[in-house]
Design a protein around this ligand. Sequence first.
Ligand code: ADP
Ligand code: MG
Length: 334
Amino acid sequence: MSSIAFAALLLAGCATIPADATRARYLMGTTCTVTVPAGEEADAQAALDEIARVEQFLTTWRDDSELARLNAAADDVAVDVSPELFALLDEVSSLAETTGGAFNPLVRPLVDLWNTRGEGSVPAQSALEAALARTNPALARLDRAHSTVALSRGAAFEEGGFGKGYALDRALAVLAQNGVGRAFVDFGGQVSLFGWSRGLDVAIAHPEQRLEPAVVVTVESGSIATSSGSERTFVVDGARFSHLIDPRNGRALPPRGSATAFDARGLVADVLSTALCVLGPDEGLRWADAHDVAALFIVPNPVSDAWEVRTSRSFRSHVRAIRLVAPNLTVKDQ
Ligand code: ADP
Ligand code: MG
């Protein structure tokens, strides 16, 4: 899917750091690039293989993945699910609960209705209400004792909001297991890294110009995910919509800048960036502060054509440095 944040590898004093090597592959609808110390290219390939393995069981862009088969199972049938997929769906479901439903992995009926995987369309209110009813978290029953999942009333999982974050965690686990000392994985709108003891500069893109860095943050390890309602938009009758859906009312969001989440784990950062985008800056920052979440919004200034950068309290403590690098950006203090 789309990429919003991207990374600029600006090493702070690289004299004693050996050169890096990169390996890239097209995965999950975008290009994934793995950077490791030169000589460890085989480990970079192993990390990409691991992401390909995750895509194999998680993608619902094909009918034959494990998740696609679960989605296609008849209503209320308990489907045996691999321990890995079960644990992932279980964790994503409880993360979704902490967001108050702003993130909902069962958003699939609304994704289909708004056709946000395709050209986009605006549904009739009656169809919207019917689809919304099918996203109720109670319609997915996860049985931990038997590792089965039963879906009711046509409920279905949508992996678009969490698959890349999980895949990044798996890629980093493979790199660490193989003894790689430091790595940087760029998966479009989300990056994960570890071992950069001198700090690595990571660029967060401008919400409307993804090749333009807007903010640069310096981090040692962790994951930075950005969701943008200003990218991948479609217009119907003069109104613009994004591929992000508010599961609380069933409506595709209008474009309104981007939300970035930092977390030690890619899965968490991926889920939270989507949730924060849905909540918007005011509600999102209140929620982030209440949950000690590191969040950064880049949103249009309501009275000018400039953009505002707003961060939650803990964002600055999680990154070593933060710099605004685009013109027309101002920091709004909370
Ligand atoms: P990207 O796709 O650019 O990585 P996100 O991580 O924000 O961006 O994920 C957006 C995708 O998540 C959408 O394309 C859709 O598949 C899914 N999605 C949209 N709205 C929600 C939501 N409220 N909760 C969970 N998933 C969502
Ligand atoms: Mg996401």
